[in-house]
Design a protein around this ligand. Sequence first.
Ligand code: NAD
Length: 478
Amino acid sequence: MVIDQSIISKITAEVLARVQEQNSSTSGQNGIFQTIDEATAAARQAHRQLRKLSLETREKLIQAMRDVSLENAVLLSEMAVKETGMGRVSDKILKNQLAASKTPGTEDLKTEAWTGDRGLTLVEMAPFGVIGSITPTTNPSETIINNGISMIAGGNSVVFSPHPTAKNTSLKTIGLLNEAIVKAGGPPNLLTAVAKPSLDSTNAMLKHPDINMLVATGGPAIVKIVMSSGKKAIGAGAGNPPVIVDETADLDKAAKDIMLGCSFDNNLPCIAEKEAIVLNCIADKLISNMQKHGGYLISGQDINKLMKVILTEKEENAAAGCTIKPKRTYMINKNFVGKDAKYILSKIGIDVPDTIRAIICETTEDHPFVLEELMMPVLPIIQVKNLDEAIELAISVEHGNRHTAIMHSRNVDNLTRYAKAIDTTIFVKNAPAYAGIGAGSEGYTSFTLAGPTGEGLTSARSFTRQRRCVLVDALSIV
Ligand code: NAD
């Protein structure tokens, strides 16, 4: 059979194009691939290479990740605010710096040893392998820096599944970290992702047989999904942190701390104060101090106007002829999540100076501002008669998340009672809520706070498996 020269040329051109396309997608660009299969295969290869490196080298890679994150904290913060339309650049810079400098490295891995007549037994913290990490839109670069350092310190590689609305910031962070790792002598693709993250790509990652562990940082839906995936999973879910102020508190400091905490990054952090429950005997004084520290008080019709702007109301069972009393539910208007107080107020016709950081208002305990996780600098304040009432209400509005709670009090017994009763992963005393993740306080930081699965503030050790190594009748010199 004679084959036409033009057909041969066509076939050759097509084969070359396919090879070229395959090469460009499988080699990836700083960890970014076209498909989850490619991202996972590259991360697996990187994990094998990481296993051959010493702990000393691993620590050098982590230092390079810290340095590049600090150098690019401003760039990444500006990018995130521009891309997502949420948060404050100055606060995001602090969050990125915190993730870069206070996420523990390999020092977090501890070995346990038993020695005696029958020899030596060790339990060491070993890597899981390739971890699939799903990251939120509220802390995009911070979570990738924090998870990246923790997971690599634990000896793993990571396939990230970032929130699509923070795609560019997330992929830029992954690229910068990979570049720094390679320059410091590490393998390429320790951190990977797909170029177009979507719900479909996240689902492909969740099911991928070569992903050994899943970590979700986000709302209740994704936490539930990873926890029912059949793989080892860590879930870091939603919060609705209540702050209680009792009659013994330093009211000026309490007001200042609450304003700082609830307006930090425009209330995006899951740990930020979301409602204040205050004893009625000190409420007026606390509120006037809050006004002094950047709170803008609204009341009456302005609260109703604000509700109409930031929430969408739905009535369930409201169909014609339905005899059941309609149940009102509220959806958050995402256009206002993480926006400045000044901007939100402008939508109800109130013009305020830039110094206003948060909107405060007195509401009833069942108000949607109290019950919903607004993630906006809007702080509802509820007056109660005594501490018993305050604690009972705080537990109820925290919705059983057991995430974060805050109290301002100088009475140790009161602090202890609330801390025990609410039983949250983080409990902050006499400080802004962000002290709970190591900002202006002692202790390391984390941006993946795993309440539902119990790891608490995750760090390298959370991403390891325990492995026992036994030597009988030797190496013990006791
Ligand atoms: P989100 O739940 O909308 O998204 C988080 C991630 O999950 C994203 O990558 C998203 O793409 C993915 N996702 C969500 N639903 C999914 C589904 N059905 N299938 C596949 N993927 C899905 O949350 P967000 O708006 O990005 O972040 C805010 C939420 O996260 C808040 O509830 C906040 O409290 C919580 N959060 C918790 C922590 C923590 O450490 N506990 C930290 C940050 C944020």
